[in-house]
Design a protein around this ligand. Structure first.
Ligand code: BTN
Length: 344
């Protein structure tokens, strides 16, 4: 999980750098096959001077780019770029058509693209992914830093009946599906910190931002998911929370296309059930089994103050239960942040 104060900057490392996300993606695309490319050829491909390319080389190193003795550049092992055909081939679900999976290069936010897709009459289900976001959004109005070709930024659009009421528990159910998908692909145990932070080794591995677009009784849900796969070193400057990526937790390289396909598959399966039964006992049990705060001292903070007590899991509508000295209090997601008491 990455929240970076320099988020608004168009440059990647410092405000002096010439390396924009678009330029970086252009360079990485040319190096994707893993073959060496002469510096001059790469500069021409990226429409910059050789001097500019040399100046930004230190930043490229964080993306695996290496310079060889003859001056040429390569990424050993190639670059794992997103590919909608590969994702579609690996999806094992009822998701209907290839056309429903769209991969963008650099965009503002995949959730915003999803909203535009809905407003322009696009079909559902549909999935939008991007190589980078320049205005990625997290919960509680925070920025979600989204470096190029490093992580998964995915928004899945799904039909829902029953307006707002039909979405009760949806973000928790989404957490269950995504946690199961990550475990399948990356073989790392994933916990769910209420309401829906994805944790590995007690650090943030990913986040979920569910948004609804409602018209009458029908809604479309946008399930926005960000997973840290290989966070480049420079992005970690300014991160205000303990985070982790799959490169640290998993043996071998986790392929982003396979991870995206597993997420889409698990979300689609979950949604099939959710549409019929809502946040049912089975989903609630699967969520509870991943709750790292169960029977631990917690503190919930909001603008209204704080509540301290023992974490007691969730109720049928997904609200978090805290047992205080005098009563059991229900906490709704909204603007609340939940922490272990010792970290408070
Ligand atoms: C959180 O605060 O934990 C939620 C982060 C959600 C980030 C994802 S990345 C894909 C989608 N697009 C966005 O702008 N946000 C979500």
């Amino acid at each position: 999980m990455i929240r970076c104060p320099t988020h608004g900057s168009r440059n990647l490392v410092t405000s002096m750098s010439a390396l924009t996300p678009e330029l970086l993606l252009l360079i990485l695309s040319r190096l994707a096959q893993g073959q060496p490319v002469a510096l001059e050829d790469l500069a021409e491909h990226a429409a910059v001077s050789s001097e500019t390319l040399v100046a930004i080389l230190p930043e490229l190193v964080d993306h695996g780019v290496r310079q060889r003795r003859d001056g040429s550049l390569r990424v050993p092992g190639g670059v794992d770029l997103l590919d909608s055909d590969r994702i579609a081939d690996a999806v094992r679900s009822t998701l209907p058509k290839r056309a429903d999976i769209k991969v963008y290069g650099v965009t503002g936010s995949t959730n915003d693209l999803a909203r535009a897709w809905i407003e322009n009459g696009g079909s559902a289900p549909a999935v939008i992914l991007a190589e980078a976001q320049t205005a990625g959004r997290g919960r509680r109005g925070r920025a979600w830093s989204s470096p190029v070709a490093s992580n998964v930024y995915l928004s899945q659009i799904e039909m829902l009946a029953g307006g707002l009421q039909g979405a009760v528990g949806l973000s928790l159910a989404t957490g269950v599906a995504v946690a199961e998908a990550i475990e399948e692909v990356a073989a790392v145990p994933v916990a769910l910190k209420w309401p829906n932070d994805l944790l590995a080794r007690e650090r943030k591995l990913g986040g979920i931002l569910v948004e609804l677009v409602t018209s009458g009784a029908a809604s479309r849900a946008i399930l926005g998911i960000g997973i840290n796969v290989r966070v480049p070193a420079y992005t970690s400057a300014g991160i205000d929370q303990e985070w982790i990526d799959l490169a640290q937790t998993s043996r071998g390289r986790v392929e982003r296309n396979l991870l995206a396909a597993a997420i889409i598959t698990h979300l689609s399966r979950m949604l099939e059930r959710f549409r019929q039964q809502g946040f049912n006992a089975d989903l609630r049990r699967r969520w509870q089994a991943r709750d790292p705060f169960f029977s631990r001292r917690v503190v919930a903070r909001s603008d209204q103050g704080e509540i301290r007590g023992w974490g007691r899991g969730i109720d049928a509508s997904g609200e978090f239960l805290i047992e205080t000295e005098s009563e059991t209090v229900r906490v709704g997601a909204g603007e609340v942040s939940l922490r272990l008491e010792k970290q408070a």
